[in-house]
Design a protein around this ligand. Sequence first.
Ligand SMILES: Cc1cc2nc3c(=O)[nH]c(=O)nc-3n(C[C@H](O)[C@H](O)[C@H](O)COP(=O)(O)O)c2cc1C
Length: 322
Amino acid sequence: MAGFAGADLAMAVTSAGGLGFIGAFNDMPNVAQSLDRVEQNLERYDGVLPIGVGFLTFVLKSEAVMPILSKYRPAVVWLFASQELDDYAEWARLIRAATPQSQVWIQLGSVAAALQVAQRARPDAICVQGSDAGGHGFEQSAGIISLLPEVGDALAAAGLNVPLLASGGMADGRGAAAALALGAQGVVMGTRFLAASETNMHREYRKAILAAREGGVNTIRAKLFDELRGPNMWPKLYDGRSIVMASWNDHLSGMSIEEIRRLHAEAVKVEDRGFAADGKGRAAIWAGTGVGLVKEEQAAAEIAEQVRNEAVAVLAKTRSML
Ligand SMILES: Cc1cc2nc3c(=O)[nH]c(=O)nc-3n(C[C@H](O)[C@H](O)[C@H](O)COP(=O)(O)O)c2cc1C
């Protein structure tokens, strides 16, 4: 979660037995600083820092990233949103040359993309992202419950043995257990960690997350959210899921994009930065459909532990029903 997930969140999740990630945008000195903090605080495991770093490949030049990777060698390098799917192959090649012990994980949202990227980039894992996910994802996708097994079947049929992680809509241990039952080897959670105290965010953003209920009604996927500040920079495959707010409602009522942008620019100048709860703000509040299950601020470690314990209990209970 670029801009949200820094060293504190990543270290807390890893220390609680998960794998924490730092989300990078385009500020590489800041990424290096975060990795430096991890280096000071956590011991390396098999030569790698026990955290991952996520890169949005469409905004970055690989030359800016590789020196940081070879210096810090994180356990996982996560790639998302290449301009073209085939760009991942070159990224993976460069990452492996820079830091051979690190794994390359790529997040994708369709069967065809998973097949293409598995063949060309040979990632160590694919994160299959369903349409319930918060933030950006494939505009044309499906819920994880059908997407993950279809990706698994297609890869197996093509003789490609790639571990899968599931993302999109899992906000507690019940969702995590379901994802494991679908064949995922791990569960990726974003929206739930927007409630973590260690996540970097404006307090009004967190308030809006904790207040939101019924993600199927109060969040929506759209490209509009990437057009609020100017032309959309995202590759064409992507849109994003945000809480429904005034900019979206005005768009539905037929307001021009110029006027929506003007009102948005004014809204982000005030104290709440346009993040007012209950859909009253004008800024995008990236969140998945699971947002209705996210009700209180908690330490990241507590979230990780609670989700794991709940998943274990749910799987045991489910087994007893068979
Ligand atoms: C606030 C927010 C920011 C995100 N930023 C990124 C990002 O920078 N890179 C990325 O690969 N995915 C990003 N995602 C998507 C996550 O990787 C993941 O797919 C998603 O959070 C999983 O679904 P969930 O939100 O329902 O847990 C973001 C998600 C959220 C909620």
